[in-house]
Ligand binder design. Structure first.
Ligand SMILES: [Zn+2]
Length: 459
């Protein structure tokens, strides 16, 4: 069989791998290239394969860098099935609809500029209608059971502990009477992440594809995260300020709400309002509420109904979001997007960033070239929305909220295999995160490669 790295090689986003056996061609993920923004035109480049020839797709989870180009695949002639867990399918519905909406709006703006310059108009990557049509191709898999796709290809989805019911895939391919096992271990979450189950330990593998987003870092533990949250909230409230949290809609937001619910119940901070100012996050939280069957023990029994507490206010309309500008009490505002490249958070930042009473708290990796990264680097001022905004607010980051395992947890996973894989491909990462993980894996006897995009390997 042949595997082509169509993305997520030496970068974090754009997850897409093509596998070709003698009779079948299929993809694992078909994600979008997300940042830096200047080169997101790469999403418009032709695929490295003919979509019409792809038999099916195995989808690990609903983040846009894993599923975001599925409607483009459909638009270009793919008509096979997309296999994923039922929660992933529910989340994909809202994520792809939102993504299509962003594509359409962006192109509308771009075309206004192009018209002025007498250039031909461009078309969106896909429309909401195309995203909706693509959703008809989704088919739920049997979780933790072996799913048979052809005579020679089977796969088992296990918990990746990354977002609600995200899957690590154990893929079994038989060629010339011999079975080979590939494990796609991304995006792999942390142990003890609230709400969701811990990642499943896998003991056997021939070829391992391992993520490396935080291959060179150590996260705070759950208790550490909670204490830091209390510290930053108290500090801000003592100044009668506002705590702004740029957050991603799926998982991070729900994890934050889960902690706020606990902290308020424990009486650890004054129970001021928490505004969830993001229609997408509100919809994603509804999907979480629908799939309590996959919650962990703590979320089911110790702190049940984590998203229902009186201080939480969901802000749907733009008018209500604008009204927050005149809200004169200390509060927490959670708004997207998580890297401050667009969305309601940018409006709140423009309004509150120059006031020293306020705090901006990052709970997510900030990619280079994003507004979030500039703010996090303690720049004194930033250029945003056509104006210069001075930064006087306090800026903090909590690493422990990452949905990705740190070095220790990745190594713990590697040590869970009974014997070293024939080959480990270090993917979904950049620079020293990859090389540090490579060194550590080689110290325990693994043979590793860090592939490039477009690399092809025979397995
Ligand atoms: Zn992810």
């Amino acid at each position: 069989m042949k595997l082509t790295f169509c993305g997520a090689a030496k970068i974090v986003t754009w997850s897409c791998y093509l596998i070709e056996t003698g009779t079948t061609k299929f993809l694992v993920d078909c994600g979008m290239f997300q940042w830096p923004k200047e080169i997101t035109r790469l999403n418009y480049e032709p695929f490295l394969f003919d979509p019409k020839e792809i038999d099916f797709v195995l989808l690990t989870h609903a983040h846009i860098d894993h599923c975001g180009l599925l409607p483009k695949l459909y638009k270009q002639g793919f008509s096979g099935k997309i296999y994923a867990t039922s929660a992933t399918i529910d989340l994909c519905k809202i994520m792809l609809e939102d993504s299509a909406n962003i594509q359409e709006k962006n192109i509308e703006q771009e075309n206004k500029r192009r018209k002025k310059n007498h250039q031909e108009p461009r078309f969106p990557l896909y429309t909401e209608e195309e995203a909706a049509e693509c959703m008809k191709l989704f088919s739920p898999i049997e979780y933790t059971k072996t799913n048979i796709f052809t005579d020679t290809i089977q796969a088992r989805f296990n918990d990746a502990g990354h977002i609600l019911w995200s899957g690590n895939i154990e893929l079994f391919i038989t060629e010339e009477g011999k079975q080979k096992k590939l494990v796609f271990s991304w995006d792999i979450g942390q142990r003890n992440t609230p709400i969701i189950q811990d990642p499943t330990t896998i003991e056997e593998v021939d070829y391992l594809f391992m993520e490396s987003t935080y291959g060179d870092r150590k996260h705070e533990d759950a208790e550490g995260k909670k204490e830091l949250l209390i510290k930053y909230i108290t500090e801000t409230y003592n100044k009668w300020g506002k705590l702004l949290i740029p957050s991603f809609s799926v998982e991070r937001t729900q994890e934050l709400l889960y902690f706020f619910n606990i902290i308020i119940k424990e009486g650890k901070f004054p129970a001021q309002k928490i505004f969830l100012d993001s229609p997408l996050s509100i919809k994603a939280t509804e999907v979480f509420k629908k799939h309590t069957e996959v919650f962990d023990e703590e979320a089911l029994h110790k702190y049940p109904h984590p998203f229902d507490f009186p201080q939480l206010e969901c802000v749907q309309s733009i008018e209500d979001s604008i009204k927050l500008n005149t809200y004169d009490q200390p509060c927490i505002i959670i708004a997207g997007n998580g890297m401050c490249t667009a969305g309601r958070i940018t409006h709140h930042l423009r309004h509150w960033l120059s006031n020293p009473k306020n705090t901006v708290l990052f709970v997510w990796y900030q990619a280079e070239g994003t507004l979030g990264r500039y703010i996090l680097q303690w720049e004194k001022k930033v250029w945003m929305m056509g104006e210069t905004v001075e930064i006087h607010a306090k800026i903090w980051k909590i690493n422990g909220f990452s949905g990705h395992a740190d070095t220790d947890q990745l190594m713990r996973r590697a040590k869970g295999f009974m014997k070293a894989p024939k080959m480990t491909f270090i993917v979904h990462g950049e620079g020293t995160a990859q090389t540090t993980l490579q060194t550590k894996l080689e110290e325990i006897g693994f043979t590793c490669k860090i592939p490039n995009i477009k690399d092809q390997i025979e397995l």
